[in-house]
Design a binder for this molecule. Sequence first.
Ligand SMILES: Nc1ncnc2c1ncn2[C@@H]1O[C@H](COP(=O)(O)OP(=O)(O)OP(=O)(O)O)[C@@H](O)[C@H]1O
Ligand SMILES: [Mg+2]
Length: 234
Amino acid sequence: MAKIEFHELTKAYKDVVAVKGLTASIQGGRITGFLGPNGAGKSTALKCLLSLAHPTSGSALINGSPYEELEHPLKSVGAVIETGGFNPAISGLKNLKIIAAAAGIPDSRALEVLDLVDLTEARSKKVKHYSLGMKQRLSLAAALLGEPEILVLDEPSNGLDPIGIAWLREFLKKLSAKGHTILVSSHQLAEMQHTVDDVIILNKGRVIASGSVQEIIGDGTLEEAFIRLVESAA
Ligand SMILES: Nc1ncnc2c1ncn2[C@@H]1O[C@H](COP(=O)(O)OP(=O)(O)OP(=O)(O)O)[C@@H](O)[C@H]1O
Ligand SMILES: [Mg+2]
């Protein structure tokens, strides 16, 4: 089963230490929420995991290797880190076909993933005419092109309407039920409480809590636990 591990990961940008000695392991086949206040270091840690940023020290490993050493990165890990990497002047379908071609993935997979994210009808529309929610779905479609076992999503519900958010929750649960390993960051704690199995909470670059949702929340809500944990770490 797929595995993601952070070993004493530290990432500094000049005088800002964004991630400080992060050690955590994400269990395969489960959905893990990656939580923390603004600036806690979530995106930085995820960027290190995807080799979009280089650790100052320590490591972030996928199935035991850094991302850049994976033999077929897109077939191992699908990621949604920042939307907006698409060519706005061409259709969603064309964008996906270009990404597929570059990764040696057959063209036909582009239509399959558009269907998975309910964008079949909009496939021929130019991306500049997509709504924010449609762009989010297109990013998810791109992440799924290589049929990766692992998904890494940085605030994928940003900009989605309530129907889109409910859709995403069910979508992630379905993938997880099929054995996919999902690491997802979000500020929508009520939503996360109903979506994830495990949580890792960061504050100022450090892990302040991790465990199953049940262990973290006890009889309360994830929001209550989050506020209590972050306030007592301050
Ligand atoms: N490229 C960069 N150069 C300099 N500082 C950076 C850079 N990227 C992030 N930082 C800093 O690192 C810290 C952590 O930022 P990061 O984006 O990882 O937090 P986050 O937990 O994802 O926050 P948010 O919830 O707002 O997305 C912040 O202080 C941020 O200003
Ligand atoms: Mg972020």
